[in-house]
Design a protein around this ligand. Structure first.
Ligand code: UD1
Ligand code: UDP
Length: 373
């Protein structure tokens, strides 16, 4: 059986690396990897950590790329790879342009698609945009669906996807996170190296880790978030570390509002290993990232989610994440509660694992191998 795995962005790479490693472990499977390089530097960071060497690299990223051009390039490029490699299965992950264009390219060749992290739904096609629609469309083109949770599986059943092609696996991000956490735990030199690249932080102050990159927040949302962060920094008892996504729209806003404050550290995107190390050190996390909403609960870190909706309600129900939207006053108030009310903090800072047990990748490989059973 020949399996082609395609990804293009940082989160897809993190979430598919454990799947590719599990495929590699099975000598009966032919394992081909294609990267679209929808991201370049942020993708390469992950390839290096997991020692992945793609068989095909479409090198598509352009500065401030448009969705149309990227979609067209990925559709054509991945199509050519499928024509040449003739896989039995194409694996895609999540809801990016790469995932959607790849699923469509496979469908045009009647090649079976396996969708990892299937079934997430916010119910609003513009939030997150364009991801909600991407994943719905991928779902229509998919042969085998791997939802991370029972809730995501239920979303698929509601869309009349037959039970026989749904397998709840847990999220592969937990496989990746555990892999990195175990390395950090057993290798103190790696742990020290991971922290060494960070700015010098006042240990007496609590660390707030921030990320933000959602397109629907470009229209004023990110600006309001940054204003709240600036006011938070004025408290004097926190250090804010913000590895800024390389999207130029994010860079411009974050730098214009946050650049010159001594308690705010705007840094380049961190490699995954240092990022996990910083998450573990953080007092709390402020983010609109999907993956971080999944990782933080298992690390026991409270997350304020700077979005109005989430397709990851499991973490909200577990009590470890809270949707706060993008209003400056609301974010400031919610962050202040976590900083000033130890009981409120303790209620959120509990390690929970709603997204998986770290064995999702093995389940995915086993199911594809035994297809159609
Ligand atoms: C993409 C995904 C989003 C995912 C996010 C993860 C789509 C439509 N969006 O959003 O779902 O949550 O990745 O981070 O698929 N850039 C670089 N270097 C990099 C990466 C990006 O310079 O390594 C810059 C480029 O100018 C690029 C721009 O960021 O054109 C936007 O990249 P793109 O992948 O289109 O969108 P993201 O906002 O990163
Ligand atoms: N991440 C990272 N370095 C950073 C910021 C995030 O390695 O500087 C990791 C994070 O741990 C998570 C993933 O990148 O696994 C999330 O990616 P992103 O927020 O870009 O995308 P999303 O999950 O929102 O699609």
């Amino acid at each position: 059986m020949k399996i082609l795995t395609v990804f293009g962005t940082r989160p897809e790479a993190i979430k598919l690396a454990p799947v590719v490693l599990a495929l590699k472990d099975d000598p009966s499977l032919e394992n081909i990897v294609c990267v679209t390089a929808q991201h370049r530097q942020m993708l390469d960071q992950v390839l290096e950590i997991f020692a992945l060497k793609p068989d095909y690299d479409l090198d598509l990223m352009e500065p401030n790329q448009s969705l149309t051009r990227l979609t067209a390039g990925a559709l054509e490029g991945v199509g050519r790879v499928i024509d040449e490699a003739r896989p039995d299965w194409v694996i895609v992950q999540g809801d990016t342009t790469t995932a959607f264009a790849t699923a469509l390219a496979a469908f045009y060749r009647k090649t079976k698609v396996a969708h990892v992290e299937a079934g997430l739904r916010s119910g609003d096609i513009f939030a997150p945009w364009p991801e909600e629609t991407n994943r719905q469309l991928v779902g229509r083109l998919t042969t085998m669906h791997f939802p991370p949770t029972e809730g995501a599986a239920e979303n698929l059943r509601r869309e009349a996807v037959p039970d026989a092609v749904i397998d709840v696996t847990g999220n592969t991000v937990i496989d990746a996170l555990q892999w990195v956490a175990a390395r950090l735990d057993r290798d103190s030199a790696l742990s020290a190296k991971a922290m060494a690249g960070l700015p010098r932080l006042d240990q007496a102050r609590r660390l707030i880790l921030v990320t933000g990159h959602r397109r629907e927040n470009f229209d004023g949302g990110l600006e309001r978030i940054c204003r709240a962060l600036r006011q938070l920094a004025e408290r004097g008892d926190v250090e804010i570390v913000y590895p800024v996504h390389l999207n130029p729209n994010v860079q411009a806003t974050a730098r214009s509002i946050l650049a010159d404050h001594p308690a705010i550290h705007l840094i380049a995107p961190l490699d995954y290993i240092p990022f996990v190390a910083v998450m573990r050190q953080a007092h709390m996390i402020v983010t609109d990232s999907g993956g971080i909403q999944e990782e933080a609960p298992s690390l026991g870190k409270p997350v304020l989610v700077t979005r109005d909706t989430t397709e990851r309600p499991e973490a909200v129900h577990a009590g470890t994440t809270k949707l706060v939207g993008t209003r400056t006053d609301v974010l400031l108030a919610e962050a202040s509660v976590l900083l000033d009310d130890p009981a409120a903090y303790a209620r959120m800072a509990q390690a929970k694992n709603p997204f998986g047990d770290g064995r999702a990748s093995q389940r995915i490989v086993k199911r594809l191998k035994n297809w159609p059973n």
